[in-house]
Design a protein. Structure first.
Length: 394
């Protein structure tokens, strides 16, 4: 046994124990109870097929069968999650536990979740993220001439849009506010359960990853020693192309929404948008979020993804923490991949022609976008991570 392997084993228990198995066991217990009540018809099952809800893989099952599946996995998940607190498992004993964790992650994270998780996240980014980003950019823009010119150009574009189509008026904001105020009553409690199963599935995936590292004698903190493709120079090469794809994926949707500023918009007629200015305003906000997400993704291969640019207030010229890029990238990856079955399902149910299906996938390329963003984020992590403070491998 080498000294490096010895260090990994010495430090393994400290990173392996913790609160995550307890949290997973607690949430699994709740779903065991809820699933039992749903299966016996004592409470309304919120994750089944509904005309007002987006489809999921689980919604294709009869309600009692889907609820029963969640109940069984919930009850069995309690002892399984607690088993991850042990550190004396042999690799052969770990395999059934890892298979079960993978099943839990698939059913809860991918099967029971739907596209509403991504949709709600996008709405929150429009309502909260855009105003925050605007204030943040205005504060930092005056640090250098290039950003001042950029902000000036953006302000000019807004003025032109206001003078030509009246983009910003009280009717649009009032209509938007009224529409958003009615969303909770329309959706009910279903989104809460969708977010809950999504979180539980993600937690099971983390337990499975950590358990696989335990079984194959890897460091629980960093996963080293890893394969050759995880080495920084190798990850730099394949990560470049993955990042380019991830940057391009949201652009069709962003450009489609930007056409709402033109006399011949795509998706609606100009008359429809004039009569419903709230939809135009919110749609442009979603397009702006998509455009920004693509530009931000480019930072995974650019210098400003490692050192904050000079125009950033407070953070200027400081190193970008790895987690500041990896955590949002990982969350976005999971959201896009979870939304993919719903997108395919909606396209299939629409009964569209082959060309219509192609247009849907081009505008909403969730499977390709999620996969490429996940690879781009992983490459960024492999390229930038330093020596592990747990196993001392670098």
């Amino acid at each position: 046994m080498t000294s490096t392997q010895s260090q990994v084993e010495v430090h393994r228990p400290d990173t392996g124990s913790g609160w995550l198995p307890l949290v997973v066991a607690g949430i699994s217990l709740l779903f065991g109870v809820f699933g039992t009540f749903w299966a016996f018809g004592w409470w309304d099952y919120p994750l089944g097929a509904s005309a007002d809800a987006m489809p999921s893989l689980l919604s294709h099952l009869p309600n009692d069968l889907g609820a029963g599946l969640l109940a069984v996995l919930g009850w069995l998940g309690v002892p399984a999650a607690l088993a991850f607190r042990r550190h004396d498992w042999s690799p052969s004993a770990y395999r059934p536990l890892l298979v079960f964790a993978a099943v839990e992650a698939f059913v809860f994270g991918l099967g029971a979740s739907d596209m509403s998780v991504l949709v709600i996240t996008g709405y929150l980014l429009v309502l909260l993220g855009i105003p925050t980003a605007v204030v943040f950019l205005l504060v930092g823009a005056w640090r250098q001439r290039a950003t001042r010119l950029l902000v000036g150009a953006a302000a000019l574009a807004i003025v032109i849009a206001q003078l030509t189509i009246g983009l910003f008026d009280w009717a649009a904001f009032r209509q938007l506010a009224e529409g958003m105020a009615g969303v909770p009553a329309k959706l009910g409690t279903r989104p809460l359960f969708v977010f809950a199963v999504f979180a539980l599935g993600a937690a099971w995936a983390i337990l499975a990853i950590r358990g696989s590292r335990e079984a194959w004698q890897r460091c629980l903190a960093c996963g080293r020693p890893g394969a050759r493709w995880t080495q920084p120079e190798v990850a730099r090469r394949w990560g470049f192309w993955a990042t380019i794809v991830a940057v391009l994926c949201p652009m069709p949707y962003a450009l489609l929404r930007m056409t709402w500023l033109l006399p011949n918009p795509i998706g609606f007629t100009a008359e429809e948008l004039d009569a419903d200015p709230g939809i135009r305003l919110f749609g442009l906000g979603l397009g702006l979020v998509a455009l920004t997400s693509g530009l931000v993704t480019l930072g995974l291969i650019r210098p400003w993804g490692e050192v904050w640019p000079r125009w950033m207030p407070v953070l200027a010229k400081r190193p970008v923490p790895i987690k500041a890029a990896v955590i949002p990238g990982a969350i976005a990856t999971v959201l896009l991949l979870v939304a993919s079955p719903s997108l395919v399902d909606l396209t299939w149910e629409a009964g569209a022609s082959g060309w219509e299906n192609v247009k849907w996938i081009l505008v909403f390329p969730f499977p390709l976008w999620g996969a490429s963003l996940g690879l781009a984020t992983a490459a960024y992590y492999f390229r930038r991570r330093g020596t592990c403070t747990t196993c001392y491998q670098g």
